[in-house]
Design a protein around this ligand. Structure first.
Ligand SMILES: [Zn+2]
Length: 81
């Protein structure tokens, strides 16, 4: 376990996340995007989502978006599964 692979969409789903959260650096608008709406396979590593999909701010049209996993639905359920 020396290397830690980036989490895949499947990993994030298993953690209870439902999508990603692009945040516009220009106007700070953020709108959650469901994994389903990405139309990417579940084994897509998270960093690849940014390359596979060009996120564009739906508010101001800027492409300068920072994309993070949508942790808002994440429920910490202890260290177990
Ligand atoms: Zn914007």
């Amino acid at each position: 376990m020396a290397e830690s692979a980036p989490p895949t969409i499947a990993d994030l789903k298993r953690m209870g996340l439902t999508g990603v959260l692009p945040l516009c650096r220009d106007c700070k608008h953020s709108g959650a995007v469901d994994f389903d709406a990405l139309h990417l396979p579940d084994d897509t590593p998270f960093p690849l989502i940014l390359r596979a999909r060009r996120f564009r701010c739906e508010h101001c049209g800027s492409r300068d978006c920072q994309v993070t996993p949508d942790w808002r639905n994440y429920r910490a359920s202890g260290m177990g599964r």
